[in-house]
Design a protein around this ligand. Sequence first.
Ligand SMILES: Nc1ncnc2c1ncn2[C@@H]1O[C@H](COP(=O)(O)OP(=O)(O)OP(=O)(O)O)[C@@H](O)[C@H]1O
Ligand SMILES: [Mg+2]
Length: 372
Amino acid sequence: MLKNILIDYIKNAQKSGGQDFEIRQQLFNIGWEPSDIEEAFNYLRKIKSEENIGESALGGEFISAKGIEKRFGKTEALKGVNLAIPKGAILALLGPNGAGKTTLVRILSTLLKADQGQATVGGFDVQKNDHQVREIIGLTGQFTAIDEMMTGRENLMMVAQLNHLSIVESQLRTNQLLTKLRLADAGDRLAKTYSGGMKRRLDLAASLIANPQVLFLDEPTTGLDPRSRIELWEIIKQLAEAGTTILLTTQYMEEADHLADYIVVIDKGRIIAQGTADELKKEIAEDMIEIHLRHPEQTGGAANMLIDLGTESPNVDPILGQIVLPTQKGPSVLVEVVRRLDRARIEIADLALRRPSMNDVFLKLTGHGTEQ
Ligand SMILES: Nc1ncnc2c1ncn2[C@@H]1O[C@H](COP(=O)(O)OP(=O)(O)OP(=O)(O)O)[C@@H](O)[C@H]1O
Ligand SMILES: [Mg+2]
């Protein structure tokens, strides 16, 4: 009974725009026990996430953006972006430096207001219901947000407290996450002694403290060595399997290819392609011939001799001595490549017929690669 009064009080105070920390303080001042206050907040949070999820979230898409535009002075960072992510899916936003990835993540995570367009997360409008959106999301930014002068454990405890978890809950969650992200042994060391991979894992742990339904990961593996990257991929996959909806940004083809259910390719503020990794690859061609020449200075001449074997003009890297040619002619084309180059006395160092990589997709779509 008394608890109902407490719950109603909080509901009303929230409706009239009160911040949770202010409401907590008011309730404490009028004599409520902190444990009761916490229980009431937890109850409300649970109800909200179970019942209040808007229609679009129930209808399939858990994150949706329509016609998002954003400009910074003269720079048009986003020029009308649409996307939709179903619950429990991983969407990769793939694009080079300056494409607009971070801008979109900041808009969807309520840190930045769009100039135009509408976006919802879990059915909540990111502008009108920013408070509710923040309750259900976790964000790992492009640059680490951890305090290097604190231990891993202290960092997580601090975030837990900022999320208003009780001390006991905070300790429990911190221990769980240190173990889950393989930081248990390093938990009591200062974060400044961590490797890059460990810092990224600690960052991810911090964004998981409040058990978010949606996770935004802005370039989670940039700068990591291949092993740390694969470790983080595994963790991200497990989170999605457990029902977390994930939007991650990346500049790496293989990351999108490996992790994402759906890939949105963005360049200069515009979506230039989207689909599953297989769909995007099919857009290009059936196969790619990749040729490496012994003498890179012969690349241009060699490429000219092979043009008619491809479905498109070849992509040429005269520094690496590499020619990549999309083809639908199948393995027999390799014999023809060898014959022609041999006749012109151009030496081949390596020759392969392979499925197109995501990098080929990007080159085709934008005329430039992703890794500069
Ligand atoms: N606060 C800002 N003020 C001015 N310009 C900005 C601001 N934030 C982003 N921009 C510009 O908007 C464009 C998109 O930037 P954004 O950070 O979204 O790109 P990104 O895809 O995340 O790139 P990166 O891969 O380098 O992180 C860039 O031209 C950038 O310079
Ligand atoms: Mg960025």
